[in-house]
Design a protein around this ligand. Structure first.
Ligand SMILES: [Zn+2]
Length: 290
């Protein structure tokens, strides 16, 4: 009889290590939550866990747990927080500890976060034609004071700001959707940029942002029938129609039409509002070519 020595690292239960943080009744309720599959999502990113737990009356609570090695390496040190009204370690956190011990989490592959392109304010000012700059200064003249605000100027003269890539927009939003962090802020920024490029008739850049928004939602399964999603899709539908009307033939033929056909081929039309974004957008003249 031979005994094999196991070199497998001993897995230390977080639940057992931290059970004393929780009152007995909380542990019982937390275990029920775990067993009744009240944990909607639990995502692991390096040493951090982001979980959404369905509470009573269909409320959703967000639990965040981070772990770090203790000096003695005996167990992991953890920090936890839940956004429910409890002022003591709650059943939601306890349920998530059980989920982590049972490896019931997903480890998503995130996209690399691309930094924004280098921007030099001096270079930017130098690129603006003097006549346009004078016009701007006169418009923003207020009691002999000129307001030269960097962000306002960047929007006003967006054509002289280095353009970001498709991946820049897509990757940021993709990660935000996966981790459920800063989604609103990312969307707000992207929509503002999209509008600004539309206003400056840069339909290529506007289309690139629009495509990044829609693709990140599709790829992370964030198309839902929530009001905010529907509002967003309605706006995107309007922008896409304007782009189709105003963009030059080359952009339509080489970028927009192939993308819409790809969406059609992949059967993304199981969401009625997404379908509405694209329905009737390709003129018959394009459709007949095949
Ligand atoms: Zn809680």
């Amino acid at each position: 009889m031979s005994h094999k020595t196991s070199h497998k690292k001993k897995v230390i239960s977080l639940e057992r290590t931290y059970a004393n943080d929780f009152a007995l009744v909380i542990r019982e309720r937390g275990k029920e939550y775990f067993l009744n599959k009240k944990i909607k999502t639990c995502i692991k990113n390096n040493h951090e866990y982001y979980a959404t737990v369905t509470g009573s009356e269909h409320n959703e609570y967000h639990v965040f747990i981070s772990t770090s090695k203790s000096i003695h390496q005996h167990h992991e040190l953890i920090n936890y927080v839940c956004d429910c009204p409890c002022e003591f370690p709650c059943k939601h956190i306890y349920a998530v500890l059980l989920a982590i011990d049972n490896k019931q989490y997903i480890k998503p592959k995130l996209k690399p976060e691309l930094p924004p392109k280098n921007f030099s304010f001096k270079k930017f000012i130098q690129m603006i034609p003097p006549k346009q700059l004078k016009k701007y200064l006169l418009q923003h003249l207020d009691d002999y004071k000129v307001v030269v605000d960097k962000e306002t100027m960047k929007q006003y003269f967006i054509e002289y700001v280095p353009k970001e890539s498709y991946e820049f927009y897509y990757n940021h939003l993709y990660n935000a959707y996966i981790l459920q962090q800063n989604v609103e802020q990312e969307l707000q920024y992207d929509m503002m940029q999209l509008r600004e490029y539309m206003n400056h008739s840069d339909f290529q850049q506007a289309f690139l942002i629009l495509k990044a928004i829609i693709c990140s939602m599709i790829d992370t399964n964030h198309l839902s029938n929530e009001e905010s999603v529907i509002d967003l899709l309605l706006k995107l539908r309007m922008y896409l129609r304007i782009i189709m009307r105003k963009a030059d033939e080359q952009l339509k033929e080489n970028f927009i039409v192939p993308w819409i056909k790809q969406i059609e081929d992949k059967n993304f039309y199981n969401h009625i509002y997404l379908e509405d974004v694209f329905s009737d957008i390709i003129p018959v003249t394009y459709k007949s070519e095949k």
